[in-house]
Structure formats: C-alpha cells, structure tokens
Design a binder for this molecule. Structure first.
Ligand code: ADP
Ligand code: MG
Length: 383
C-alpha cells in the first residue's frame, strides 16, 4: 500500500512573497464526539496528505479519488490536521515559529475561527492533560528564555480579555467594561491587567480561571456556546546589547479564540439574543470586511467598525505574522457550517501583510559595568 509522505509544513520564510507575506492558513478537524457518534452522525470530512480537505455529504463515500472529482468540495491549505493530530503537532506547525519571531521583537497572532463546538477552545486553551496553543506557546517562551544567559533581562506579561456584545472585559480581573484608547503603541484597553508570569505552571490555572470568566450562555444550538471572543496577549520585553548600543525590544503574541461563526439566526431565541447575535455578527463581519479589504489591497482597512477589529489592528495587517486556524467538525450534521468555514479560510489565504518591522528603541549605552547592573535592576523593578 502506498503511503504518501507528509508534505513539509511551510515556514514563515516561505510565505514571504513579492507583494508582502501572505498569512498562513491551517485547518483542524476534531474527532466525532461521543454524543455525535451515539446519534448516528457520520464523518463527512477527509484529510489527505496533511494538506487537502475533502468534504462530502455522503458519509458512505470511501474512495477519496472519487471525492476529488467533486467540484468546489476540495480545499488546500498550508496544512490540514486530521482528528488524530496532537496538540503538540498543531502547535509546532502553526505557532512555534511565531514564538521565535516574537523573541526577535516581531509581533505575531494566531486566530481560531469556526462554528461553536468545532474545537476552537480545545485548540487554543486545551485541557490540563492536553494543553493547547496558549499554554504551549508560553512554555516555549520560557524554555527559550532560560536557554539564554541574560535571563533577568526578560519579562513576560499576560493579558486576557474578551469582547462580548461589543463590550471589552478583563478576564483576569472581571469587573467593569474596559474603555479602548489610542496611544502611541496602538489601541489599548485602559486598566487591563498585565500579569507578570514567572513559570508555565501557574499559567494553565490562570487561563482556565480566565476562561471561566468568559461570558457563555446556553442557546438552543449548543449549551456551551460561546458568544465572546477571547484574546490572550503575551508581551515579551527584553534588552539586548548590540555592539555599543543597548536595544530595547518588545514582541507581542496575540492568541485569539473567536466566537462561534455560525449565523445568529440559526438559533431562535429572539429578543436579547438577536441583539447579541447582531453584535457578534458585527465583530465577525467587521473582521471579514477587514480581511476582504486586506485581500483587495485597499488603502483603508475598516478596523474601526468593531471592538474586535480595533483591538486586532496591529495583529492582522501591518508587520505582524498572522496564522489562521480554521476549526471544523467532521459530522455530516455540521456540513453547512464546515463548508462556510472552509470557504472563509480559503479567502483568508489571499491576505497579504507588509514586511517585517521589529519594534525597537535604541537606548543610551551605560558607561560602566555598575551602570549595566543598575540597568538590569531598574528593569526588574519596572516589571
Ligand atoms: P468551540 O470552542 O469551537 O466551541 P470546543 O473546543 O469547546 O469547541 O470543542 C467542542 C468539544 O469537542 C469539546 O468537548 C472538546 O473537548 C472536544 N474537542 C474539540 N477538539 C478536539 C480534539 N482535537 N480532540 C479531542 N476533543 C476535541
Ligand atoms: Mg469555545
């Protein structure tokens, strides 16, 4: 039996093209849940060679060569993960290079997009036994920093926030809605908690607690449906000496668990729900229209149309490395949503972003060794 070798997963370098870099787009199919299997759901998604996604309405289809002939039902992405892919595998292929880039002072962002129940939160946060991208990224950062000798020069700060119903909330310190302000760093949520992290161990508990604080409400479509977008911002600050100069560097990694992409009208709890739905659509629609504007190379990108896109202004276009993970359910009962998600992801492949531009400030050089020590102490105190 011939088994095709897995294709090499593209690196950020290979996505660098003449007209700017394109964003990397991945697809991940989750396994059928127990409940789905019990209710007779069948698998309608087939992933071949870790790249191609075939979608068929007929669960009985066995021969993927026949599926190949179905027009419009075949998609190709930078990599596609079948249900058997591990969290580590998904992390290594999608996010680990972004983490390396953040340590060079470049911003990066990873989005999970898909319908409710498609596996976004599992991919981003995961479980204690199988931690997801958020936790693995922080683990990776700490291990890299420990490998460097200038340990004391690094600081990692975490912020975790949600956009729900066009309101921004701090997930690490729930309370009043936060106001967005524009400063020279871009759009910031005033008063947002910046949690200084010292080790990976504390992070999972912190993020799980934050996730508990997310606004989730039962709908008829899915009892754990989440109508909020969650954004984890990981800020890495450090100083490096380059010849006679001290360079102050900062890299920001944004990890985004988007709200369910299904149409709000699919659930029929009108009144309040429809308002919420409209706002969810507003944020997701605004994200889609920003993506369209970026795809078309427009000068004006309508970031201002929603809270989500305002917050993501520096994480979508610009000089940011962007990765999109489209989560899909393999169940034939979710066929329509899966198809919508795949079309959306296909469109996202066309986004081009600008060239790299590391965030750095050149500082004055300390005169003596003691000044160097003072500088380090000062930096530690600041943090
Ligand atoms: P979403 O956040 O998109 O609404 P979840 O991440 O909550 O969806 O996933 C729905 C259910 O499927 C959860 O019970 C989750 O544990 C499970 N699940 C999702 N992806 C996987 C996966 N790759 N492997 C195993 N279970 C998964
Ligand atoms: Mg979720």
């Amino acid at each position: 039996k011939h088994i095709a070798a897995a294709p090499k997963i593209p690196s950020l370098g290979s996505s660098r093209e003449k007209n700017g870099r394109r964003i990397l787009v991945f697809v991940r199919a989750r396994p059928l849940t127990k409940k789905e299997t019990e209710t007779g759901a069948r698998c309608c998604v087939r992933i071949m060679d870790r790249r191609d996604v075939y979608l068929t309405e007929f669960a009985a289809e066995k021969d993927y060569l026949r599926l190949k002939r179905l027009r419009g039902r075949h998609f190709t992405f930078d990599a596609s993960f079948p249900h058997s892919a591990t969290q580590q595998e998904v992390y290594s292929a999608t996010t680990s290079e972004l983490v390396e880039a953040v340590l060079q002072g470049r911003n990066g962002s990873v989005f999970c997009y898909g319908a409710t129940g498609a596996g976004k939160t599992y991919t981003m946060l995961g479980t204690v036994e199988n931690p997801g991208v958020m936790v693995l990224a922080i683990k990776h950062l700490f291990s890299k920093i420990r490998m460097r000798s200038c340990d004391g020069n690094h600081a990692i700060h975490l912020s975790y926030l949600e956009v729900y119903n066009e309101t921004v909330r701090d997930l690490l310190s729930p309370g009043k809605p936060l106001v967005l302000r524009e400063d020279k760093q871009g759009i910031v949520a005033a008063g947002l908690t910046q949690y200084r992290a010292y080790s990976t161990d504390e992070v999972m508990a912190l993020l799980q607690q934050g996730n508990q604080n997310r606004t989730t409400e039962p709908t008829r479509a899915n009892e754990t449906s989440s109508r909020s977008h969650a954004i984890l911002q990981v800020l890495v600050e450090y100083r490096v000496r380059d010849g006679a100069m001290n360079i102050n560097k900062m890299g920001k990694l944004s990890l985004i668990d988007l709200a369910g992409s299904e149409r709000a009208l699919a659930t029929d709890q009108r009144t309040i729900r429809s308002l919420e739905g409209a706002n969810i659509n507003r944020s997701l629609l605004a994200l889609s229209s920003c993506i369209n504007a970026l795809v078309e190379g427009k000068k004006h990108i309508p970031y201002r149309n929603s809270k989500l896109t305002q917050l993501l202004k520096d994480s979508l276009g610009g000089s940011c490395n962007t990765v999109m993970i489209a989560n899909i359910s393999p169940s034939n009962l979710s066929f329509g949503e899966t198809q919508n998600t795949l079309h959306w992801a296909d469109r996202a492949k066309e986004i081009r972003t600008k060239a790299y531009n590391a965030n750095e400030d050149v500082l004055r050089v300390p005169e003596t060794e003691t000044d160097q020590v003072k500088l380090v102490l000062e930096l530690q105190k600041e943090n």
